[in-house]
Design a protein around this ligand. Structure first.
Ligand SMILES: NC(=O)c1ccc[n+]([C@@H]2O[C@H](COP(=O)([O-])OP(=O)(O)OC[C@H]3O[C@@H](n4cnc5c(N)ncnc54)[C@H](OP(=O)(O)O)[C@@H]3O)[C@@H](O)[C@H]2O)c1
Length: 289
């Protein structure tokens, strides 16, 4: 935990904000961790760095980790690095583990899900990746939930073109979680999708909060405006994540990173005040959204 001292883990009075999973008693910390690309490495150097990322994430109060069989080695690496899942074990990192099924056909889906269980050791939330063959996979997801093998079911996508399909699925399937893209310059979800999630009481995970990282490029050499600092925003990453989190329908945002310094930066977005309506619009304006 040497690194955590270097980068500054919060004091107990700066705990991560949590939000409830609608319809359930459980709450989740609002900043999670995405694993696409970042966790698709298993060389010794990467494994040391990624274990540090997981330790810092856990120590900062983070719990929600999102993966998928589509992400190469990511499920295997998370499973290896999280240690023993027994909470009594000294090296255990207890996470809220979310993964996905991403294939066509019932038997292929079952096989893939069983493989994810063996790699990740436990799964809390199982999502249908990009809603691929949703109708076929759904009965098995419900069976896994009914028998206590998973606790929540969900659906995902990452583009605006899928919003109609997502909304149809929210209306027709008993989903606990919906995961989709939303950020300072991609605000289409505010029109119908986010309000529908609020109305239907569905938990919302937000992917691509930095548009895959491209939103950092313009601001790499620019310092943060003073008014952002006054609003409790400590970095460009915080501005983007706090914008997302200030929408009332959002349960948790899952920025992807494999770098300890980025992880700690991102976790700060879950602390302190969130932007009010006026500040939200000012943030969006800076990014051109
Ligand atoms: N269909 C789906 O279900 C779907 C689709 C897309 C994504 N997702 C999920 O959502 C997660 C997030 O989306 P994403 O990874 O595509 O995009 P993202 O979170 O918008 O951006 C990730 C990029 O931002 C960089 N980054 C992260 N924190 C940073 C910081 N503080 N400062 C500077 N750069 C930073 C990362 O690089 P470094 O590694 O160098 O930090 C990475 O290149 C994914 O990892 C995945 O779990 C799901």
């Amino acid at each position: 935990m040497q690194l955590s001292r270097l980068f500054g883990i919060p004091r107990p009075d700066q705990e991560l904000r949590r939000r409830p999973i609608p319809g359930y008693g459980e709450t989740l910390p609002v900043v999670g961790l995405g694993t696409w690309q970042a966790f698709d490495h298993d060389d010794p150097e990467s494994l040391v760095r990624l274990r540090t990322v997981l330790e810092l994430f856990h120590a900062a109060g983070g719990r929600v980790i999102d993966s998928s069989p589509m992400y190469g080695l990511a499920e295997e690496v998370v499973g290896r690095l999280r240690g023993d899942v027994d909470p009594e074990s000294p090296n255990a990192l207890d996470f809220f583990t979310a993964t996905k099924v991403w294939t066509r056909g019932d038997s292929a889906g079952r096989r893939q899900i069983q493989n994810s269980f063996s790699l990740l050791k436990e799964i809390d939330l199982l999502q249908v990746h990009n809603m691929l063959d949703l109708k076929t996979h759904w009965p098995y997801l419900q069976e896994l939930k009914a028998t206590g093998k998973i606790r929540y079911t969900g659906i995902t996508h990452y583009t605006e073109t899928a919003y109609d399909e997502l909304m149809e699925a929210i209306r027709n399937y008993d989903v606990d979680f919906v995961q989709f893209n939303y950020n300072v310059v991609a605000r289409e979800a505010e029109k119908e999708l986010l309000p529908l999630c609020l109305e239907k009481q569905v938990a919302v995970l937000i992917n691509r909060p930095f548009a895959g990282g491209s939103l950092f490029e313009r601001f790499r050499d620019e310092s943060l405006p003073a008014w952002m600092r006054k609003a409790g925003i400590l970095s460009w990453s915080n501005a983007m994540l706090k914008f997302v989190l200030s929408h009332p329908a959002v349960t948790c945002v899952i920025p992807g990173t494999g770098k300890p310094e980025h992880l700690l930066d991102n976790m700060n977005a879950g602390r302190g005040e969130l932007p009010d309506e006026e500040t939200r619009e000012r943030i969006a304006e800076v990014f051109g959204g």
